[in-house]
Design a protein around this ligand. Structure first.
Ligand code: ISJ
Length: 94
C-alpha cells in the first residue's frame, strides 16, 4: 500500500488513484465556489450601500425569503442552511 493510499483511506491503489484525481476536481470546484461567493458578496454590498445611502435599511427580509426559497427548492432543507450562511457572509449578522 502506497502513501497515496494512506491519505485517501482507500484499500487498493486503483481506488486511491481515483480518489486523488476526484479530490483535485473537488479542490478546483471549491476554488470556483469560493470565488463566486466572494463575487456575490461584492454585488450584495453594492445593493446594501445603495439602499443605505438612499435612507433605507441594510437588510430586506422579503428578498431574503426569496433567496432562502430559491436554495431550498434547489437543494432541499440543507439548502436553507447554506443560504442562511451565505446571507450572513453577504450582510453580516442580524
Ligand atoms: C442584496 C440585497 O440586500 C440584502 C442582502 C441580500 C443578499 O445578499 O441576497 C438579500 C437581501 C438583503 O437583506 C438585496 O436586497 O437584494
Amino acid at each position: 500500500m502506497t502513501e497515496v493510499t494512506d491519505r485517501t483511506g482507500a484499500r487498493t491503489d486503483g481506488a486511491a488513484q481515483l480518489i486523488t484525481g476526484a479530490r483535485e476536481r473537488i479542490d478546483a470546484l471549491d476554488d470556483r465556489i469560493i470565488g463566486l461567493i466572494q463575487e456575490r458578496m461584492a454585488v450584495s454590498a453594492v445593493i446594501q450601500d445603495a439602499r443605505i445611502t438612499s435612507g433605507g435599511r441594510r437588510v430586506n427580509l422579503a428578498r431574503e425569503m426569496e433567496v432562502l426559497a430559491h436554495y431550498r427548492d434547489a437543494l432541499g432543507k440543507p439548502g436553507t442552511s447554506l443560504a442562511m450562511t451565505m446571507l450572513e457572509l453577504c450582510r453580516g449578522r442580524i
